[in-house]
Design a binder for this molecule. Structure first.
Ligand code: ACM
Length: 636
């Protein structure tokens, strides 16, 4: 016997929806002094609540009913409203629920029924039926000449190195041949796979030639050799267990964009190190060269900082009875995790072996709740009475630019980060600082008056300028979300990652900033990938079906020859992890859209084609199957 919680949409408008929530007591025990806890990512207007009251911190809600008795076989009903867009997917419903008695969780299970949506999207998009392409290469190389015939790799094939820069790529290729095809090359045998230096090629570029005399991979950079290996792995067909064949081919290839990245949020849900490495390995297969590691956020601090052990002993875990309430899942347990500095080194080395730079993100001054709760004596300003509401529904998650503790925290964290990560770039976040912040803080007001600042944005800029200068003394270049240039305080050395719109990227590029494009409408892999209500994901930026992801063309309206394009260093896709709890869900959200994004990053406009991509994707899916990647079936 258990409890059942049902949520139904009663009415919906563009920016307003009303809900009815029912709790059925299916047990044979009456409850007294009971409460309901549940998780939703929408903000519930407290004044709209009937038959009780609600308290919400982030996604974590606690309902105290006005009648504190709930008899056996009876139900409780309440209504409430949100002031945001309608819900279209089952994954928009309640994510977890728990019944408390006398403030303590009771053990009877709570069943959640799927949300009753008022007007869900209906259709699943049908993709055109295509034949699988024999050369299932993704991203499409920029020059390919195929000829008749196949080269056979056999039990006596050996990998031969004539370029020291190719050492790591050769090791990677060898490991992947074993992992994917169960094929091990000989230590001594025929030099069938030859890595050779070709000084005429640019950074990242490669040539791959397969002929009757064997397989030749050429590059002038270690990352170029990795890309050559990635292409080779996609060309291989297994004839039998011990025999692999590769079509005769000549490929000359180089990237369209210098920066090709993916961001993974490890704060909202913690991804164990093996999951992180698995993703980085996948990125190498699609010729990405940057992994942006979102390590800190309101819901968790994931990086060991030796100067402040509390950041992880407190800030890496959340759950009832701890300073951080449960968020997004796991209502009834302590949830979390963090990466030790040794593990971080392991990830960096793993990525480097695959031609991938790891950029850490320490998100300030917003998204700092886990840090503030971990180090209140440094980061909490008890005199600040400002009222604000962050996008994720917190009122206590912003660092104060007027507290000395903020600078002590920031300096020490950045010193350890700079030491730990070889990347030249350090991402400082800077996104989503809400209106209303710092207004009622006497020390912030004093700081503003001292410098003649007119707005909170300038105060944010004040702190970010400090971070930029600190990073510069540590030999690093600061990069940040598009809000980093608000308040006009950071230098043009700061690289701007636009995410709200391409317009912001264009504005920043015009001002002289280098930019990375990560528009949520095209590159956020946590967005649902189709319109059927059972599709998991969120849709606040857009629904992003495979075709939309594929057709993303950065700054399409800017002519090719426009010098402003030189400021566009590249593209990045991102996976925010509010609903990414398992490997299976992660695979489903990432694949196959990551392959579509890879082509936007790598392949020249002239060589891109949606139909061509689809037939290559069809030919490529068996390689995903071999690796047990649980992708979304494009042609279900
Ligand atoms: C972001 O999506 N807040 C960068």
């Amino acid at each position: 016997m258990s409890f059942r919680v049902e949520l139904a949409v009663l009415s919906e408008h563009k920016h307003y929806c009303r809900f009815g929530l029912t709790v059925h007591n299916l047990t044979d025990q009456g409850l007294s002094n009971w409460q309901l806890q549940f998780i939703t990512d929408r903000y519930i207007q407290p004044d709209s609540f009937t038959n009780g009251s609600i308290k919400q911190i982030g996604s974590f809600c606690t309902v105290t009913p006005s009648d504190d008795l709930l008899s056996a076989n009876k139900h409780y009903y309440c209504e409430f409203s949100i002031g945001s867009m309608p819900l279209r997917f089952y994954s928009d419903g309640i994510k977890d629920a728990l019944i408390l008695v006398e403030g303590k969780a009771i053990t009877s299970p709570v069943t959640l029924t799927p949300i009753i949506l008022a007007s869900p999207y209906k259709e699943r998009t049908k993709l055109p039926v295509v034949d699988a392409h024999e050369l299932a290469l993704i991203p499409m190389p920029n020059k390919v000449e195929q000829s008749d015939g196949y080269f056979t790799l056999s039990a006596s094939s050996q990998i031969t190195l004539q370029a020291t820069l190719a050492e790591k790529a050769a090791t990677w290729l060898q490991e992947e041949l074993v992992r994917i095809f169960g094929f091990s090359s000989k230590a001594i045998g025929q030099s069938d796979i030859l890595f050779r230096n070709n000084p005429t090629l640019d950074e990242g570029a490669y040539q791959l030639t397969v002929s009757s005399s064997g397989i030749r991979l050429e590059a002038a950079s270690s990352v170029g050799f990795v890309h050559a290996g990635a292409t080779l792995l996609q060309l291989i067909r297994s004839e039998t267990e011990s025999v692999l064949v590769v079509p005769y081919i000549k490929i000359s290839d180089s990237p369209r964009f210098k920066y090709r990245g993916m961001m993974l949020d490890c704060a909202r849900h913690f991804h164990p190190i093996e999951r992180v490495k698995r993703l980085i390995n996948q990125l190498a297969h699609y010729k990405f060269n940057t992994f942006h590691w979102h390590l800190t956020d309101d819901e968790g601090w994931r990086l060991e900082i030796k100067a402040f052990p509390q950041l992880t002993s407190v800030g890496a875990y959340r759950g009832s009875g701890t300073p951080l309430e449960p968020q997004y899942s796991h209502l009834n347990s302590i949830y979390g995790g963090f990466y030790t500095q040794d593990q971080v080194k392991e990830v960096i080395a793993f990525a480097e072996d695959r031609g991938i730079t790891v950029i850490p993100e320490i998100d300030i001054p917003g998204h700092c709740r886990a840090a503030i709760k971990s180090l209140p004596e440094l980061l909490h300003d008890p005199e600040d009475k400002s009222q604000y509401h962050s996008i994720q529904h917190y009122n206590d998650n912003i660092l104060s630019p007027a507290l000395p503790g903020t600078y002590e925290f920031l300096d020490k964290v950045l010193e350890e980060v700079a030491e730990l990560f070889p990347s030249k770039w350090v991402h400082i976040g800077a996104d989503e600082v809400p209106e209303g912040v710092w207004i009622e803080s006497p020390s912030c007001q004093k700081l503003m008056a001292k410098h003649g600042y007119q707005s909170a944005k300038e105060l944010q800029g004040h702190l970010l300028r400090h971070a930029e200068q600190k990073l510069r003394t540590l030999g690093k270049r600061m990069v940040g979300w598009e809000e980093a240039q608000h308040g006009n305080k950071v230098s043009k050395d700061t690289v701007i990652y636009s995410w709200l719109s391409e317009e912001a990227a264009l504005n920043c590029a015009k001002q002289g900033f280098d930019v990375i494009l990560q528009p949520g409408q095209s590159t956020y892999l946590d967005m649902t990938q189709d319109y059927a209500p059972e599709e998991p994901g969120v849709d606040w930026a857009a629904v992003i079906p495979l075709e939309n992801a594929y057709r993303y063309e950065p700054l399409a309206e800017i002519p090719d020859g426009d010098p402003i394009r030189k400021r566009i260093l590249g593209i990045q896709c991102a996976l925010w992890s509010e609903i990414i709890i398992t490997q299976q869900r992660m695979d489903y959200m990432i694949f196959p859209r990551l392959t579509a994004m890879a082509e936007a990053c790598w392949t020249d406009k002239a060589h891109r084609s949606w139909e061509g991509y689809l037939s290559r994707l069809k030919g490529h899916l068996p390689l995903l199957d071999k690796q047990d990647i649980q992708y979304r079936q494009p042609w279900k």
